[in-house]
Design a protein around this ligand. Sequence first.
Ligand code: PEP
Ligand code: MG
Length: 588
Amino acid sequence: MTERREEIRRKGLGVSQGIAFGRAYLIGRDTLKAPRHHIEADDIDTEVARLYKAIAASDKQLAKIKDKLASENESDYHIITAHQMMLHDEHLVGAAVSYIRDELINAEWGARKAVDDITRVFDALEDEYLRERRSDVEFVFERVLRNLLGRDTGPPSPPPDAIVVAYDLSPADTSQLHKAAVSGLITDAGGKTSHTAIIARAHEIPAVVGLENITEIIETDDLVLIDGGAGIVIVNPSAATVAEFRDEQRRQVAATSQLQAMRDLPARTRDDTDIQLYANIDMPDELEDAIEYGAMGVGLFRTEFLYMGHADLPDEERHYQAGIDVITKLNGLPATIRTFDLGADKLAPFLTAAALEEANPALGLRSIRLCLAELGRPLFRTQLRGLLRASAHGPIKLMFPMISGVAELRAAKTVVDEVKAELGAAGILYDEQIKIGIMIEMPSAALTADLLAQECDFFSIGTNDLIQYTMAVDRVNEYVSYLYEPLHPSLLRLIGGVAAAAKNANIPVTICGEMAGDPMIAPVLIGLGMREFSMSAVSVPEVKAMIRSLGVAECTALVKTIQTLPTAAEIRAMVSDYLARIAGPSKR
Ligand code: PEP
Ligand code: MG
């Protein structure tokens, strides 16, 4: 510890952002082993009673931890409640008691065997989140075992500002650690959805998990530096490394406070044009963050999550609930809900089972085509029924993905009309004025935007696919990714054309592909006529900060110039020059 050890770098899974630097506090890999011995038949009742006593003691300890937490953190509270429920789970306790009785073994061994039976089931699960719940059963068992053996059950007590290093941490431990104001957490085990990760994020403690054997490398009091965003852990960092990370830390702190300050300011250009910034979400539970980042509503709710990773198809009620969930969480702010966009890279079990033999799935039976085909039409109708019912309760709009042209738009609208008629006949309420829009994400739609604008209420430009189909470059193929270029002159022409067609027809147009969240591209989009952006919520503050530094007239002039340039590289260079000029020497 006193002799200087060399710098060691390890990469794990960064699960909670931030940079921390401090002395390690090692919570050794637990060496508690369940003692195993056979018992006489006469001792069965004593062993069973020992087990129940240990369970009761564990329950009490968890209740105490919870009491202290209740007002501070709801999610920790619920996780610990779930652990208490596990303590009384009939399968677990019943199995342990049966082992004690039938195999004449001691309480510790009986409990171990019951826990092993259950964790084997968890190990076989495909769902990562559920698989990681294995560790919850282990944490509960660990506590019962400590009580059976009369060992210390108190929380670890690291010195303030320590970096806690552990094989894994139970939710009860993690939730108490923040009280000791630890500066970081690193563990051998764990994944993105492990509770160490969830709780660390909730308490904003930088954390890196999944480091495999970091507990064997680090000793208590070693100096450790962690970057919870990048997933980097550096043991015994050199002075130069510390200086480098201190700079990065200062940069991150400054950026965070600037962005927080940005939250309540409007996305208004210097010459007073308001730009609407919305969030793209995959699940309703992302909405709290979206609002926190300052989004004015949801510009794209991708509903595929209702199908992907679920063996059962979502029923009407599930769609209705998803719609209601969004409406409730947004509390009056608008949401655009996209009907399911499955196929190609977004596969659901029912599609895998259908085993379509397609040489080019990206050009195949996907998205709205699937909704209108025999295979997907019943699911489309079910989703529309659920969402239309939800529309009676708040401001939602419906949007169809991958519309190729007017004929397809009409076909999709016919299904909506049929479902509306069914609901009407049954006296079920829905928003009769519900707005229906389309994604513009293929050149055929962009080039006929004037015609499409006559038959729908709004457009949303999906540039992720629009780039793919315009450049003929698979959006997930690394070999051709150099061609995936949002600033290609063809894209600027298509986006500009769609914006103009929407303006002529007096309908709103949003841009919701990833490029909407790139601050560097904001002046180009504004210059092309875009006034509504939808993006991953974390990008909202940065894009807003950029918009506030721009002027519409300048952006329009910039776009006029870049439209004369023949390559994306030249366009990019000119935009960068412009941004450097408006930022001036002291900013950026
Ligand atoms: C897009 O294509 O730009 C888009 C937003 O949709 P997705 O990324 O879901 O295909
Ligand atoms: Mg798309």
